[in-house]
Ligand binder design. Structure first.
Ligand SMILES: [Zn+2]
Length: 107
């Protein structure tokens, strides 16, 4: 039996296991990111659905479309944690206040 060849084979398998392990780590990382992204989108979606059904109810009651009411709605949307600036409109604010949103509100 060629010992050298067996050792070489073991080293080779060890290396492949190391690679697979690293790959597994990066896949786990991606899964965590996807779960976080999914949670964020679910929250956004839920909030937008609520706003939509409130707007539809409002309209069905014969009032002017709520989405056109402007400033108050935008201010409330911002308070609820969403961007109202052109850059990120409708997406969840994840880092506290947004300067673009604030400058828009204070126009
Ligand atoms: Zn913003």
């Amino acid at each position: 039996m060629d010992k050298q060849a067996v050792f070489a084979q073991v080293a080779n398998v060890e290396e492949r296991i190391g690679e697979l392990y690293r790959e597994l780590g990066s896949l786990k990382h991606k899964i965590v990111e996807l779960i976080e992204e999914n949670q964020k989108l679910q929250m956004e979606n839920e909030n937008l659905r609520k706003r939509l059904s409130a707007a539809e109810k409002h309209e069905a009651e014969g009032a002017s479309p709520m989405l056109g009411e402007g400033y108050d709605n935008l201010a409330r949307l911002y308070q609820e944690g969403f961007h109202i600036c052109n850059l990120h409109y409708g997406s969840l604010r994840t880092e506290g206040d947004c300067l673009f949103c604030l400058s828009f509100l204070h126009k």
